[in-house]
Design a protein around this ligand. Structure first.
Ligand code: GLU
Length: 485
């Protein structure tokens, strides 16, 4: 591993969505591409909004996507603890250090007073900033207020000048320090704020690179200035553009954004999510569309991430999911659909070798009919269920048609007598039967398909018959005939 240290720092105050997954993925790819370390830090200082449920879901989703961490929860590491709530020991002494150095000062303005001043400030279209009232308090004034028991927050004293940094994605960013608030680093109850703890954590964890959403862009100059005041080298930052929905609105939880775990439960596969998410703002050569995680590691280049907002298209993800399912080798595809089959009671918890072979054949014949893994239930349920569920429309439109029952009666006979139930044999038998009766093959197959599957769509009829087997085929034909008699 080289010295690059990259981190993903989610707050467990919600589930991981597409935007967060992209931040995690790009950080992970940057680390893996460069041979650096990937750290997972849980920013759980908001005790009221952080929950164990969200934490567990985030860890599970990251692992499911394949984004393994070198340091962090469950694996530990030399820079732990990796939960921000357990790191509070460092913050107080460092705040004191900044106070002693004059880089921070006590502020006695109460939130109500500040709100009042904000309200009365001239409306010049600019964002109101703290007016620096406590910046110049003398030692005597400060001691007197402290002695009177007035609560004090600690503010950072933003120095004069300009803060410039090279963003890995946006290029050079330059901010006049006069535009930056003397931000609160510790509230009057002593609790430190996000902008301070994040700097300390990144510094103590020797984080060298930070990729995060551009919603943090305005925090970056503040964090750089605090890091410098602490004598640390700030990390190199990269800010990702927003992810928009199809209507050009910011993708948000409120607007139906789907959590990664929800995609998993709906039968999406991680290959498709990783691939789709990787392309939200990054492209390799503008031609290649399919990337495995390994290929992404090889080809990902953070400097090629676009600074323009990316649009997330759920239909494209669905399409990609179908493509990736199709690409899975049959044994692997079988493993992936098994939980869905089991959930529907269509596969045993522990299948025999014979059952497994049959399952693989079923999975093989449904081939490209799976958009999501759970489609297997609708597409292949009739192969595995003991009873077929007949679709009313198919029954009335096909089975109740004149001649259908006669055809089924004839088929029952030839299928009883067929020498074996291999697809080739069955094809010969059915073609011969159609010819003898002067019917098109289609006319013969239509009622048979409904009888066997309950509906009008299935994989090729010969392989379908073969897989259902003689016994069940005959029983289903009998049952279908009874439906219309
Ligand atoms: N915990 C912050 C968030 O979830 C991330 C902070 C950062 O990346 O610096 O938005």
């Amino acid at each position: 591993m080289n010295g690059m240290r990259v981190r993903f720092a989610p707050s467990p105050t919600g589930f991981l969505h597409i935007g967060g997954a992209r931040t995690a993925l790009y950080n992970w790819l940057l680390a893996r591409h460069e041979g650096g370390s990937f750290i997972l830090r849980i920013e759980d200082t908001d005790r009221t909004r952080s929950t164990k449920e969200y934490l567990d879901a985030i860890l599970e989703d990251l692992a499911w996507l394949g984004l393994t961490w070198d340091e962090g929860p469950n694996v530990g590491g030399p820079a732990g603890p990796y939960f921000q709530s357990e790191r509070s020991g460092s913050y107080g002494p460092l705040i004191q250090r900044l106070l002693d150095a004059g880089a921070a000062y006590h502020c006695f303005c109460t939130p109500d007073e500040i709100e009042e001043r904000r309200r009365l400030a001239p409306k010049d279209g600019r964002e109101w900033r703290y007016d620096g009232r406590c910046r110049g308090l003398s030692d005597e004034e400060r001691s007197a207020r402290a002695a009177a028991g007035d609560p004090a927050a600690v503010r950072f004293r933003v120095p004069e000048g300009t803060t410039v940094f090279e963003d890995m994605i946006l290029g050079r960013v330059s901010v006049e320090n006069a535009e930056i608030d003397d931000l609160v680093m510790a509230r009057s109850d002593g609790t430190p704020t996000y902008n301070f703890v994040v700097v300390v954590d990144d510094m103590e964890m020797d984080v060298t690179h930070v990729v995060r959403g551009s919603d943090h862009l305005s925090n970056t100059p503040k964090q750089i200035l605090i890091a410098e005041a602490l004598g640390a080298t700030p990390p190199t930052f990269g800010h990702l553009p927003l992810v928009l929905d199809q209507d050009g609105r910011v993708l948000s939880k409120r607007r139906g954004a789907v959590a990664i775990g929800e995609y998993r439960r709906r039968g999406f596969i991680p290959e498709a999510l990783v691939n789709s998410v990787a392309l939200l703002g990054w492209a390799h050569d503008g031609v290649q569309e399919f990337f495995s995680l390994d290929e992404l590691v090889e080809k990902f280049d953070v400097s090629r991430v676009s600074g323009k907002p990316a649009a997330f298209d759920p239909n494209k993800l669905a399409w990609m999911n179908a493509q990736w399912i199709k690409r899975l080798p049959v044994p692997e595809r079988t493993d992936r659909v098994l939980p869905f089959l089991r959930g529907a009671g269509l596969a045993p918890e522990d299948e025999t070798a014979e059952e497994r072979r049959r399952l693989e054949r079923v999975v093989d014949v449904v081939d490209d009919r799976l958009k999501t893994l759970d489609d297997i239930v609708a597409q292949a349920g009739f192969f595995l269920a003991s009873e077929v569920v007949y679709d009313n429309i198919a029954v009335s439109k096909v089975l109740a048609k004149p001649g259908a029952d006669e055809t089924l009666a004839g088929l029952h006979q030839i299928l009883t007598e067929a020498p074996d139930f291999e697809p080739d044999t069955l094809e010969r038998q059915l073609r011969g039967f159609a010819e003898e009766r002067g019917l098109s093959l289609g006319k013969v197959v239509k009622p048979l398909r409904v009888a066997l599957t309950g509906g009008t769509a299935s994989p090729g009829i010969f392989v379908t018959l073969s897989l259902i087997g003689r016994e069940k085929t005959l029983a289903r034909i009998e049952r279908a005939r009874r439906l219309t008699s």
